[in-house]
Design a protein around this ligand. Sequence first.
Ligand code: NAP
Length: 291
Amino acid sequence: MSTQIIDGKKIAESVRLEWRVRAEKLAQLGIKPGLAVIIVGDNAASAIYVRNKVKACSDIGIYSEVHSFPETANQNEVLTCIQTLNNNPHIHGILVQLPLPAHFENNRIITAIAIEKDVDGFHFYNVGALVTGNTIFSPCTPYGVMVMLQRNLINVEGQHAVVVGRSNIVGKPMAMMLLEQGATVTICSSKTRDLSQFTRSADILIVAIGKPRLITAEMVKPGAVVIDVGINRLADGKLCGDVDFESVSGTAGYLSPVPGGVGPMTITMLLCNTILAAERAQAGVRVSYSK
Ligand code: NAP
């Protein structure tokens, strides 16, 4: 079987071109979308992600600022920073780079962000909105996956979608977004007995586990759509996904590579959400029930 490779880089470029036009329209009204990124500690991977986000913002016409705190920072200092950003009309999106140091309460930090500026979509209110089909911001990684499917004209409705991984940032929102589009969804985790039994029955298989090349050809239904969210760094420094690309190409109908698949989409959807937040602010759109 010939496998069509889903080129996330190319799709990301075309999405950015479309949203750049929207940013330019705002610029004509004297508004520059603004994103604030908060980073705590000196996690090397986080520092790279933040640098990439800042560069992507500047390329598309978004103002960005980074608030860096040392590993030893007090949670209250970060909460105060979030409050200030919540009240800053030039900042439309606020993102806290995860993971936070162990002494931080993730939930307190995430729920301190104003709902209408929560461009990651992690605030409990936004999670509830997503689950009930009233999405305010789609979380960036699953949003990127949905756009990859759409741009390849892959119909989700009525398909059996299997999501491997149940994290709050990828697996769970991914499953909800597929469900919303009419897929029949199965969610698997490390506790699933006989994972292959489920993955082999998937028309659409989304893998987000963080285990290098765990999914092999025998675990995939011939012709299935396979999206690899995983990013794993190997001992030789190279990146690979959770899907064994070499083995699964030839079996899958569609396959996304790592790198060059979901990664470029995630950052693109963050830009889109920030521009959307600025458009809403400009139009005076209220996104929450009470405030
Ligand atoms: P996470 O919070 O560690 O969650 C991993 C999930 O995978 C958990 O639900 C875990 O199950 C499940 N799992 C682990 N081993 C498994 C196995 N052998 N069989 C079935 N399920 C298994 O990770 P995450 O934040 O969701 O990220 C997952 C991967 O995606 C990572 O490689 C991460 O780097 C990558 N990622 C990529 C992007 C991108 O832009 N491309 C964005 C975010 C994350 P339990 O819940 O039972 O422990």
